[in-house]
Ligand binder design. Structure first.
Ligand code: AMP
Ligand code: MG
Length: 394
């Protein structure tokens, strides 16, 4: 069989970003909508503030009225409309958030007044009018949140202030994680000689949660062609997107690409010119998509971050832009082959990128120390200390 050509990182990104997806939506109660992606534009149903109101505890009066004292005609609490209009020589005691009475156009805060025998005297200059005008924050019908925005605490607060109890959100994609590898044991069980712990199911599930997707743990399948096809077929019934870890390389026991084909998938790419993670496979069958990721833990992590995360966010209607910033490289970078685009763990603070000791794509400890990935362009083998480089925060 002819070797599939090696795609550049940019070509693979283009294929994924052009891949047609349908965003599914569901209505959530406001509290349960946190961290979801908003599925529709939201317009304010009314003006904000809803009416002219006082911004202070004090006295509402007529700004142009310079009377030596003002007779207090009523007390207006927040939540109760005023009963009386204010006229010259008069004022109403008013609380923060209470509706401004007719006639009044200024509030003097309590700290600038003295009260005696049912009258108020202004004792110090209050430079503010202390009125929040109707509609000064929002006018009725104003677009306040756009579809695709993530609902963080401030957005939840805004929606509550607009009286929304239910929110249209994107339904998170269900993403199945299927781990291949006869050598793998889940944490908690003892290791026999030759075995290692399965970390990829856990890193993928954690990364999925960060994108808002629902992780469906499909367990582990041994390195066996038939078992892999069967596990793909049954796993697909439980998810929209399937991620397989391991079994995509050229080894005697790497069955994933063939098993994906046997399960009916068309493969759109089978190798990317990227380091780590070259043998990454992407395929689709009807409205389902599947990825086969190389099993080395740093490869799995990096490929998810660079290629899968943007797709999962697009499936929720969110146009994700990774945080990529220029930084100054603290020490020289060297690699023995320069053909592929590389992503290398670094710690980046205040514009300075420091290489973390990194022995290759199995070196999880290195990744755990990093907060960003240095992007080394294809063709570049050496980068001098002090050079400006691109880092992508993780
Ligand atoms: P593979 O892609 O299956 O050839 O695996 C490449 C390397 O990654 C091997 O050393 C595997 O033991 C290791 N590996 C595969 N799957 C996992 C996993 N789920 N967790 C940790 N290491 C893994
Ligand atoms: Mg394997």
């Amino acid at each position: 069989m002819a070797e599939k050509p090696l795609l550049s990182v940019e070509e693979a990104e283009r294929i994924l970003s052009a891949f047609p997806v349908a965003v599914k939506t569901e209505t959530r109660q406001l509290q349960a909508a946190q961290d979801r992606i908003l599925a529709q534009d939201i317009r304010s149903p009314f003006a904000m503030p809803e009416f002219d109101k006082s911004a202070m505890d004090g006295f509402a009066y007529i700004a142009a009225d310079r009377s030596p004292a003002y007779r207090i005609i009523e007390t207006i609490a927040a939540g109760t409309p005023p009963r009386l209009a204010v006229t010259p020589g008069h004022c109403s005691r008013i609380m923060t958030g209470a509706m401004l009475p007719a006639g009044a156009d200024r509030v003097v805060k309590r700290e600038c007044t003295r009260e005696e025998n049912g009258s108020m005297t202004i004792t110090a200059e209050d430079r503010n009018s202390n009125i929040r005008k109707k509609g000064e924050d929002l006018h009725a019908g104003q677009l306040v949140l756009a579809a695709g925005e993530k609902l963080r605490p401030a957005q939840i607060a805004l929606l509550a202030s607009l009286g929304m109890a239910d929110v249209p959100t994107a339904r998170p994609p269900r993403v199945g994680i299927l781990t291949t590898g006869s050598e793998l044991v889940d944490p908690g069980a003892p290791l026999a000689p030759g075995q290692i712990y399965n970390s990829n199911s856990f890193s993928l599930a954690a990364q999925l949660r960060e994108t808002g997707a629902e992780a469906v743990l499909l367990g582990r399948v041994a390195d066996n062609a038939r078992a892999t096809v069967e596990a793909i077929a049954s796993g697909l019934e439980k998810c929209d997107v399937l991620i397989l870890s391991g079994g995509v390389s050229a080894g005697d026991f790497d069955f994933v690409p063939a098993a994906m084909r046997a399960a009916g998938f068309a493969l759109h790419f089978e190798k990317i010119a990227v380091q780590p993670g070259m043998p990454t496979v992407f395929g689709s069958r009807d409205d389902k998509v599947a990825f086969g990721l190389p099993g080395n833990p740093v490869s799995t992590f990096v490929i998810f971050e660079i290629f899968i995360k943007p797709l999962l966010l697009r499936l929720q209607g969110h146009a994700y832009r990774p945080l990529v910033q220029p930084a100054q490289l603290a020490s020289p970078f060297h690699r023995s082959h320069g053909g592929r685009t590389a992503f290398v763990p670094v710690t980046c603070r205040e514009g300075r990128a420091v290489l973390v000791a990194y022995h290759g794509s199995a070196h999880l400890h290195s990744l755990s120390q990093a907060n960003a990935l240095l992007r080394v362009p294809a063709g570049v083998q050496d980068i001098a200390a002090g050079s400006t480089v691109d880092v992508r925060f993780i």
